[in-house]
Design a protein around this ligand. Structure first.
Ligand code: C2E
Ligand code: MG
Ligand code: MG
Length: 753
């Protein structure tokens, strides 16, 4: 609050200072006019007050105080009987103090950054000096009778030009000025105007009165007062934030004008005497040297920037390694050079395993740490002639252009894999990081591009991931076929729904004891138009990965329930028949899923209890919290949840207890061995006991023969599904199949139950 009041009042003080100076100018008074006295007192009070309140740096306060005191003393002395040399000495002293203060200020505020703007400041100062010399100093020397006074005045102007140079340096710097810096800068600038006007007043050909030149000095007082009152004076040395647009235009225009003016002036006026000629020559020579320095500085800065840009375009900023573009160039060169030699350059594609987990759980800075460590491990693991690149987040590529056989390629990959054996040390402690490595080489006589080789290594890396991570896979052509096939499925799957290429088949679930159909499991089929039926095991994982499963799953749900409604209405099945629909994890994460289910129930009029949603164990393990909340909400609608393929995942008992599960589907793998393996039988018995204790239903999947069915029946499993009972069947076949299945005599004869 106080800060705000002070900053507002500094603007008011600046305005008051200007007003007082103007009144002084209009009234035509001398330094002891009431307005002048008021302005000077204002400055004294505010500089003193600012010093007490904000404690700005001593040098700034001292410079301002002392130079104002010297100036006021000089102006007062000129009114009294003091000698002209005393007055001139005081004015010169005020400028010298200012020079010293500004040097300290520039050094503190700009530091080493000042060097980039110093030449421009110097050009301005020197340009102004030549102008002042030709227009003011030289004629004054000619006219003057007292050489000591002329020397003092010339020195004052010289010092003033140094002040101008330092001021220009501040103006051109790329740090944004704070209000205090602005006010004090203006104070110095207006003061300089006063000094120049004062110098002009000594020339007969300018009619400048003492009122005219004291007016700027009073404005200076106002600005100095404002600068000291503003709270930003406390940190006046701290170079502010970098300006978003550095004052390039101001810099260009000012330096150009400062160069043109003296050149024109020297061209149109002749030197008066030898002294004049010497001063002119020296000034212009210095100016020329500064311009040269400036040009060299610019060229160097340009070259540096270009180099930096090139570097950042071709290297990775975190590790300093080559990036993808540069690596492709290296590979291209290696492949070209290998032509007609025995070399078969090797490319390794390395992907850090589960890097996302590291980033998510430990934060990005630890993630960056790990990547930097991995980079140095890789460099250390490969021969010095091999190159290592980081081409994306956690993906690195290694090129060895000298390998001559696949064996050497694999050996290289193995030494890289070995580099991951030791844990990496991070601030969070040691951790084991592993990687999956794809190996590809450029075979003799085959024309491969760098892109191809990199893609092959990438494909092989995916194979290594699929093989359980932390291993190596060598590229072979069959991988490419798989990738192409997958890509083909992926694109066709996007359109499958709108082209009506999908349909459901239904596999009956029966009550073993009664021999009646109690439900169906809806299973998706994809007819790709060319008569090619793609099995769900092939397209469901792709649909899950690409997210297409969300619309596909919702279609399946609606279609299955509509079908059940139809069969119930047509008396094909009993009104309490259930429909099981498979649901993938991706669907459970869809925020709309619960409402999709309830809409499908409403649209079909099937009671929620007759809908079974089958989820696999993996749902409970990965991202359990999200899935749990969706399943609970579904459960509260009345929908029942079945756990599919039970026994193949790694779910624990505690997880099972946490999830709202009403049915356990025993996986086909157990059913298969139930008649032959005692251990499996015991396991199934345990699963059934566990399901019982959870109050869940049990369905055995994949029953293929009579023995399996009776074994399950003897273990008190009451529901079953499998080829022995019925294969998944087309919609139109359901009535006849149900009819056959429900023939109890035929059922007993078939099952001997
Ligand atoms: P699932 O849910 O475990 O479905 C049972 C699978 O076992 C079905 O394979 C079925 O045809 C097969 N099967 C049934 N009885 C027997 C048998 O006696 N012997 C043998 N060998 N197999 C039997 P299908 O239709 O190929 O489906 C495979 C998997 O695809 C399903 O396994 C399910 O996980 C998934 N799936 C199918 N339709 C959908 C769907 O609409 N949505 C989702 N998310 N997944 C689906
Ligand atoms: Mg299922
Ligand atoms: Mg299953």
């Amino acid at each position: 609050m106080a800060r705000r009041a002070l900053s507002a009042s500094s603007w008011v003080i600046a305005a008051v200072g200007i007003a007082l100076a103007c009144l002084h100018g209009v009234s035509g008074g001398t330094t002891d006019s009431p307005f002048a006295l008021a302005a000077i007192s204002l400055a004294a009070v505010c500089v003193g007050g600012g010093w007490i309140i904000h404690r700005p740096p001593v040098s700034v306060t001292a410079t301002s105080m002392v130079s104002i005191i010297f100036l006021v003393a000089a102006l007062s002395a000129s009114l009294g009987s003091s000698s002209a040399s005393t007055v001139e000495s005081l004015v010169l002293a005020s400028q010298l103090v200012l020079v010293a203060g500004l040097v300290v200020f520039v050094r503190n505020r700009l530091g080493p950054r000042a060097s980039s703007v110093l030449p421009d400041g110097l050009i301005v100062g020197l340009g102004a000096w030549v102008l002042i010399w030709v227009v003011l100093v030289q004629p004054a020397i000619q006219e003057s009778t007292s050489s000591s006074i002329t020397i003092l005045r010339a020195s004052t102007l010289g010092a003033a030009m140094v002040v101008l140079f330092l001021l220009a340096t501040l103006l051109f710097s790329d740090s944004a000025p704070s209000p205090s810096v602005g006010f004090l800068g203006l104070a110095v600038f207006v003061g300089l105007t006063g000094i120049v006007l004062r110098a002009m007043s000594f020339r007969q050909d300018f009619s400048i009165t003492s009122t005219t030149y004291t007016t700027p000095f009073l404005i200076t007082c106002g600005f100095a007062a404002a600068g000291f009152l503003h709270p930003t004076v406390r940190h006046i040395y701290t170079s502010g934030t970098s300006r978003t647009s550095p004052p390039l235009m101001t810099r260009l225009v000012t330096t150009t004008v400062s160069l043109i003016v003296p050149v024109v002036l020297l061209a149109i006026t002749d030197p008066f005497d030898t002294q004049d000629r010497v001063v002119r020559t020296v000034s212009v020579s210095v100016l020329a040297i500064v311009v040269m320095v400036r040009v060299i500085q610019s060229v160097r800065a340009n070259a540096r920037t270009q180099d930096h840009l090139m570097r950042s375009a071709l290297t990775d900023s975190l590790t300093g390694l080559p990036n993808r573009i540069l690596m492709l160039e290296h590979i291209e060169a290696a492949v070209q050079q290998a032509w007609r030699t025995s070399r078969q350059p090797t490319v390794l594609f390395i992907d850090v395993d589960r890097f996302k987990n590291i980033n998510d759980s430990l934060g990005h800075s630890i993630g960056d740490n790990v990547l930097t460590l991995v980079a140095s491990r890789l460099i250390a693991a490969v021969p010095s002639h091999a190159s290592v690149a980081r081409i994306a987040g956690d993906e690195f590529v290694i090129l060895d252009a000298t390998t001559e056989s696949p064996t050497q390629s694999v050996l290289l990959a193995e030494s890289v894999l070995d580099a991951f054996r030791e844990p990496v040390n991070t601030p969070e402690g040691d951790m084991f990081v592993t990687a999956s490595i794809g190996v590809a080489y450029s075979p003799k006589g085959v024309d491969l591009s760098a892109d191809d080789l990199m893609r092959h290594a990438d494909t092989a890396m995916y194979r290594a991931k699929a093989a359980g991570r932390n291993c190596i896979a060598l590229f072979d052509d069959s991988m490419l076929e798989k990738v192409t096939k997958r890509l083909d499925v992926e694109t066709a799957l996007y359109r499958a729904l709108e082209r009506n290429e999908l349909h459901l088949v239904h596999q009956p679930i029966i009550d073993i004891d009664l021999g009646i159909v109690v439900g169906f499991e809806a299973l998706m089929r994809w007819n790709r138009g060319d008569g090619d039926i793609v099995p769900p095991t092939e397209f469901i994982p792709i649909a899950e990965e690409t997210g297409t499963i969300v619309p596909l799953g919702s279609w399946a749900l609606n279609d299955a329930l509509k079908q059940l409604r139809h069969w119930i209405d047509a008396d094909v099945v009993s009104p309490s028949t259930t429909m099981s629909v498979n649901v993938s994890p991706r669907q459970l994460h869809d925020p709309q899923f619960v409402s999709i289910v309830s809409d499908a129930l409403t649209a079909s009029g099937i009671p929620a209890e007759q809908l079974w949603l089958e989820v696999t164990e993996s749902v409970m393990i990965t991202e359990a919290t999200q899935a749990l909340s969706a399943l609970r909400r579904l459960n509260s609608l009345g929908v029942r949840i079945a756990i599919d393929d039970f026994g193949t995942g790694y779910s624990s008992l505690s997880l099972l207890q946490k999830f709202p599960i009403q049915c356990v589907k025993i996986d086909r793998a157990f059913v298969q061995d139930i008649t032959t393996d005692e251990g499996t039988r015991n396991l199934v018995r345990t699963i059934i006991a566990m399901a019982d204790s959870l109050g869940a239903d049990i369905v055995a999947e994949g029953i293929e023969n009579k023995n399996q069915l009776s074994a399950l029946a003897s273990l008190r499993c009451h529901k079953a599904q499998g080829y022995f009972i019925s294969r998944p069947i087309a919609v139109e076949d359901v009535p006849s199949v149900v009819h056959q299945l429900q023939d109890i005599d035929a059922w007993r004869a078939r099952t001997s139950l």
